[in-house]
Design a protein around this ligand. Structure first.
Ligand code: UD1
Length: 417
């Protein structure tokens, strides 16, 4: 059994450098095949999801390497347009390669991504976007084959501002002749980062970060170097960690604008937050107030990915906290695990209610998914005694060298086999 052993009750102190954003780097790695040139990606986090994306790129025939925070992709010799089932299963977000492969090859073949730990996660909006740009779609034997010998710009009206569908639409539109208009587009900071990369290789993108994105594609594209934005969810997790454990942490290289919705909530709870440029100092108060009602929403609302770690830290607060999850069906899978540590949480459909303060105790728990795993770490830091969190592979998808990082700020944490 491989896991993470955390002995709780130690206040955190010191500095953490905020890693590059996982949710930015994956679509940008997919985008790196558009130009047929070279891409250097700086501030690339060392994550198993990044490793999976590198393996997909190599399968496609690209040269793809990673060394100490920099990923390097040369897509000039790309030979294939399929992603096999095993690679699709490894990373649910592999669907982000769809638009880029179609744009580069005129054809893309993927196995259908099934449900994942967060619920069914359909890809209808991704497919609608590809169809609007002229792709034909064939589904057979669990595979999906898209063909578009010549993509043509068009209007894509998304019924929900899906992050992945907006990104796939931008990627495919980069190779489409004419102008593509995406309405009700997702506005997440990661969309802006992708827009920035696309502009740097020569695609004309405008409106990224707003609900209406235009892409003028079809031109010749070149090589580029790009630096990934800081990971706002990793930053939010560290804020939750110090809130729960007590102490004071400085987050280096954080982005104030991207963290607004999250920090508003921690501020309401009484957490002291102080910005000096892109350094955020976070101090946990003696008495923590509950965050009242937190409803997850598309950006600029409160991010669904920060809900589990926030919930774990709110268990220390004096009173009732209400969490309403509107993005994913299955986003409370950390709740039964937190209960094993002594938490009192009621769940009714998409609403979870916690009552604190709870003095958590160490327990053996299983990370149910990436952010659920983050919640268990936050809880273990504040719990009395030793906790063992299994299913660390979920956590490794999104957090760089987590045990080492925790130790660097005074936590007692180690990986165990
Ligand atoms: C991305 C993030 C994920 C984050 C999520 C919401 C990456 C790699 N992952 O996931 O961490 O939690 O945004 O901020 O960037 N939906 C459909 N049809 C579709 C696509 C989505 O119904 O074709 C639904 C989903 O089931 C879900 C909701 O839309 O209920 C949000 O999904 P979406 O914004 O697409 O999330 P992802 O891009 O998968």
């Amino acid at each position: 059994m491989s896991g993470l052993r955390i002995t709780g009750g130690r206040a955190l102190s010191g500095k953490i450098h905020v890693q590059g954003a996982k949710n930015s780097v994956l679509p940008i790695m997919a985008a790196s095949i558009l130009s047929g040139g070279e891409t250097v990606i700086k501030n690339c986090p060392d994550l198993t999801d990044v490793d999976a994306a590198l393996r997909i790129l190599r399968h496609l025939g690209c040269r793809a390497e990673y060394s100490r925070g920099t990923a390097y992709v040369d897509s000039s010799a790309m030979t294939r347009c399929d992603i096999p089932d095993c690679l699709m299963r490894e990373m649910r977000s592999s669907v982000i390669f769809l638009g880029a492969i179609l744009a580069r090859c005129g054809e893309a073949k993927l196995s259908m991504p099934g449900g994942c730990e967060l619920g069914p996660r359909p890809i209808d909006l991704h497919l609608l976007a590809m169809e609007r740009l002229g792709a034909s779609i064939e589904e057979s034997g669990g595979n999906i084959i898209l063909r578009a010998p010549a993509l043509v710009g068009g209007r894509i009206d998304l019924t929900f501002p899906s992050v992945g569908a907006t990104e796939n639409a931008m990627l495919a539109a980069s190779a489409a002749r004419g102008v593509t208009l995406i309405t009700n587009a997702a506005r997440e900071p990661e969309i802006l980062d992708l827009g920035g990369y696309l502009r740097s290789i020569g695609v004309r993108v405008a409106g990224d970060g707003t609900s209406t994105v235009t892409v003028e594609g079809g031109g010749s594209l070149g090589s580029a170097e790009h630096t990934i934005i800081p990971d706002r969810i990793a930053a939010a997790t560290w804020v939750a960690a110090v809130t729960a454990a007590g102490g004071e942490l400085t987050l280096e290289g954080a982005c104030q604008r991207d963290l607004e919705a999250v920090l508003r909530v921690f501020g309401q709870m009484g957490v002291e937050l102080d910005w000096q440029g892109n350094e955020l100092s976070v101090r946990s108060p003696e008495l923590l107030r509950p965050p009242r009602t937190v409803t997850t929403r598309p950006y600029p609302g409160f991010p669904t990915d920060a809900q589990p770690p926030l919930m774990a830290s709110a268990l220390r607060a004096q009173g009732i906290s209400v969490f309403v999850e509107t993005i994913f069906e299955n986003r409370f899978r950390h709740v039964p695990e937190l209960r094993r540590m002594g938490a009192e949480i009621k769940v009714d459909g998409r609403v979870a209610i916690t009552e604190g303060p709870v003095r958590l105790h160490g327990a053996v728990t299983a990370a149910p998914d990436l952010r659920g795993g983050a919640a268990l770490i936050v809880a273990a830091l504040s719990a009395r005694g030793e906790s063992i969190i299994t299913g660390v592979h979920h956590i490794d998808r999104g957090y760089e060298n987590i045990a080492e990082a925790l130790r660097s700020v005074g936590a007692q944490a180690e990986r165990i086999d």
